[in-house]
Design a binder for this molecule. Structure first.
Ligand SMILES: Cc1cc2nc3c(=O)[nH]c(=O)nc-3n(C[C@H](O)[C@H](O)[C@H](O)COP(=O)(O)OP(=O)(O)OC[C@H]3O[C@@H](n4cnc5c(N)ncnc54)[C@H](O)[C@@H]3O)c2cc1C
Length: 388
C-alpha cells in the first residue's frame, strides 16, 4: 500500500496544521478551563473544507477521501480533542452516514449543510442503560400516519446542547430486536426535545456533551434514514466503521502531540549537567512512544486507504486500528508525563491536558474491549468481522 499523500492531501494537511497552531493552540487551554464551546473554530473548519474530505463535491465535499480525512483529523487532534470531535459530529456520524445510507432527498437536504457547519450535528446512540450494548436501547419511534412519534432519552451525546440536526437511533418495532431498530434524521429544535449537560468530564471540556430527552417528538416519515424501517442496526455498524477511523486518527494525533511536547522538553530540561534527552532511559521511552505511534498511524492509514479503494466495511482492520491507536495514545501519554516529571503534572504545559484527552479514546466509539472482541471472535471463527 502506498501512503504517498500526493499534492492535494499534503496541501489540506498543511492547512490543517497551520490552522491548529495559529487558531486553536493559542486559546485551547483557556477555553478548556472555561468549558467554552469553540463554535467559531468549528465553523471556520467547516468553511476551510476540513469536514468534507470523504464526501463527493455534488454534496458539498471535496472528494479527497478517507485518507485525507484521517490526515486532517490527526493534525487537529495534535492540539485539541474538543476540536477533533467535530470530525464525527459534522462528517462521519452525520453527513457521511446520510450520504452513505440516506435517500437522494435526504442527501440533498442535509449533507452539504453539515459539511459546511451551517448545521451542527449530533449522533444519538448511547442511553443510560445502553452503552456498549447498543441493542438494549429503549428509545422508540412509533408510526402515526405520515410521521413518527419519538420517545426516550439519550446521554453522553456530543453537541447535544448545540446541535441543529441529529442522527437518532430508535426502535420502530422493539419485538424484532436488532431488526426492529431504525435511524432518523431529527431536527433538534423540534417541540418535545430538551437537553442539558452530562456530569462534568475530565477532558474535552471545550466541546459540549449532554443528555437529550425526546417527549412525543414528531418526526416526518420522510426523515426515516434511507426510507426503510429496520435498517438501523446495519446503518449503525456501517457508521461506526467510519467514526472509529476518525477516533483512530484522533488517537494518533494526540500521541504525536504528546511526543512533540516530550521531545522539546527533553532537549530543554537539564539535570546532572545534561539535557535529559541525553539519558538512555529517556531515549528508550521516547523511542517506544515514536515507534508505537508510527505503527498506529500506518494501521490507520491502511484502514483509510482500504475505504478509499471501495472496501467500506473493513470492520476488522478498523477495529484493529481503533484498538491499537487508542491504547497507544494512553501509553504515549504516560510516557510523556514521565519525561516531563513535575512539569507534566502541572497545567503550565499542555501534556496534562493531552493526557486527559488521550484517555477518552479507549472509551469512545466502542471501547478497547469491544474492539478486542471483534478481532478475536473473527480469528476464532465465531463471527466474521468483514461482511463483504
Ligand atoms: C465525552 C464522551 C462523548 C461521547 N459522545 C457520544 C455521542 O456523541 N453519541 C453517543 O451515542 N455516545 C457518545 N458517548 C458514549 C460512548 O460511546 C460510550 O461511553 C461507549 O460506547 C461505552 O459505553 P459505556 O461508557 O456505557 O460503557 P459500558 O458499556 O458500560 O462498559 C463499561 C466497561 O465494560 C466493558 N464491557 C462492556 N461490555 C463488555 C463485553 N461484552 N465484554 C467485555 N467488556 C465489556 C467496556 O469495555 C468498559 O470497559 C460519549 C462518551 C463520552 C465519555
Amino acid at each position: 500500500m502506498d501512503f504517498n499523500l500526493g499534492e492535494d492531501i499534503t496541501a489540506i494537511r498543511n492547512m490543517a496544521r497551520k490552522f491548529a497552531q495559529n487558531e486553536i493552540a493559542p486559546r485551547i487551554a483557556e477555553d478548556e478551563k472555561n468549558h467554552a464551546f469553540q463554535e467559531d473554530i468549528i465553523k471556520k473548519m467547516g468553511q476551510l473544507g476540513f469536514f468534507g474530505c470523504p464526501i463527493p463535491e455534488t454534496y458539498g465535499g471535496s472528494d479527497l477521501g478517507f485518507l485525507a480525512h484521517a490526515v486532517v483529523t490527526e493534525e487537529i487532534s495534535k492540539v485539541s480533542g474538543s476540536a477533533r470531535a467535530g470530525f464525527n459530529m459534522q462528517t462521519m456520524g452525520t453527513a457521511r452516514e446520510i450520504y452513505q445510507y440516506g435517500t437522494e432527498q435526504q442527501r440533498n437536504k442535509y449533507v452539504s449543510k453539515l459539511v459546511s457547519t451551517e448545521y451542527l450535528g449530533c449522533i444519538c446512540i448511547t442511553e443510560p442503560n445502553a452503552g456498549s450494548d447498543t441493542g438494549s436501547m429503549k428509545t422508540k419511534a412509533i408510526k402515526e400516519g405520515n410521521k413518527y412519534i419519538l420517545n426516550g432519552g439519550k446521554n453522553w451525546i456530543t453537541y447535544a446542547q448545540v446541535a441543529d440536526v441529529g442522527v437518532v437511533y430508535a426502535y420502530t418495532n422493539p419485538s424484532h430486536k436488532y431488526k426492529g431498530l431504525s435511524a432518523f434524521i431529527v431536527d433538534m429544535h423540534s417541540d418535545g426535545i430538551s437537553s442539558g449537560p452530562t456530569a462534568e468530564k475530565m477532558g474535552w471540556c471545550a466541546c459540549p456533551t449532554g443528555e437529550v430527552f425526546f417527549d412525543d417528538v414528531e418526526v416526518p416519515a420522510e426523515n426515516l434514514l434511507g426510507g426503510v424501517e429496520g435498517q438501523g442496526f446495519t446503518f449503525l455498524m456501517g457508521s461506526l466503521d467510519n467514526t472509529r477511523l476518525s477516533a483512530a486518527a484522533g488517537a494518533v494525533g494526540v500521541a504525536q502531540g504528546l511526543i512533540d511536547q516530550a521531545v522539546a522538553y527533553a532537549n530543554e530540561r537539564r539535570q546532572f549537567g545534561n539535557p535529559i534527552g541525553k539519558f538512555q532511559m529517556v531515549q528508550e521511552e521516547l523511542a517506544r512512544m515514536i515507534v508505537e505511534t508510527e505503527a498506529a498511524r500506518l494501521m490507520t492509514y491502511r484502514c483509510a486507504t482500504q475505504k478509499d479503494e471501495g472496501q467500506l466495511h473493513n470492520t476488522l482492520e478498523t477495529s484493529m486500528a481503533k484498538y491499537y491507536a487508542c491504547d497507544v495514545a494512553s501509553r504515549v501519554a504516560d510516557g510523556a508525563l514521565r519525561i516531563l516529571g513535575a512539569y507534566g503534572y502541572s497545567t503550565e504545559y499542555p501534556v496534562e491536558r493531552l493526557f486527559r484527552e488521550a484517555k477518552l479514546y479507549q472509551i469512545l466509539e466502542g471501547s478497547a474491549n469491544i474492539m478486542k472482541m471483534v478481532i478475536a471472535t473473527d480469528a476464532l471463527g465465531y463471527r466474521k468481522a468483514n461482511k463483504d
